[in-house]
Ligand binder design. Structure first.
Ligand code: ADP
Length: 166
């Protein structure tokens, strides 16, 4: 597993994960960056998918992105932690990794799902990201997972979670 700081839209991976909203029609944060980089065809394609519930994922082509596919998942909005948020966040990782498995995608990059506009405390989200990634990596030889942090603070949260697990 790798931790990398930067813009997820620049990665030429089999798939990058989008922290989407349930309409799948684009939004702010990483979602906005992915839609801008992929071009208008992504929105047109997403409009035919009929949305996506929290904790699930949908696959699309990457269009103008260097990544071949986008795995769109809808993270939980943080509402204090007792509304099923940890289970829903784990479900996002699992849903994306199940799609990656089905489509034989080996190199996958995840942003810090829910840690932006959706307000999930990054120190609580990072251990879930690490745990779900390590579980998937243990099951599939060729799989490579990169956790992408946009800022140095998020790098620290991922690194702390990973060192706590090792
Ligand atoms: P959510 O609505 O799920 O909280 P956000 O896009 O608001 O999603 O934020 C999720 C995380 O993605 C945040 O940590 C944010 O800093 C990060 N982020 C924003 N833009 C990018 C980008 N271009 N590449 C990677 N990560 C990004």
């Amino acid at each position: 597993m790798h931790i990398w700081q930067g813009d997820i839209t620049t990665l030429a991976f089999d798939a990058i994960v989008n922290a989407a909203n349930s309409s799948l029609l684009g939004g702010g944060g990483v979602d906005g960056a992915i839609h801008r980089a992929a071009g208008p065809q992504l929105r047109q394609y997403c409009a035919n998918l009929g949305g996506c519930p929290t904790g699930e994922a949908r696959i699309t082509p990457g269009f103008r992105l260097p990544a071949r596919h986008v795995l769109h998942t809808v993270g939980p909005v943080w509402r204090g932690g007792s509304h099923g948020e940890p289970g829903l966040l784990a479900a996002c990782f699992r849903a994306c990794l199940a799609l990656a498995n089905q489509h034989q995608l080996n190199t996958i990059a995840f942003p810090a799902i829910s840690c932006g506009i959706y307000g999930y405390p990054p120190e609580l989200a990072a251990p879930i990201a690490v745990e779900e990634s390590l579980t998937a990596l243990a099951c599939r030889d060729k799989l490579q997972i990169t956790l992408v942090a946009f800022d140095t603070e998020m790098v620290e949260h991922f690194a702390t979670a990973l060192s706590g697990r090792r």
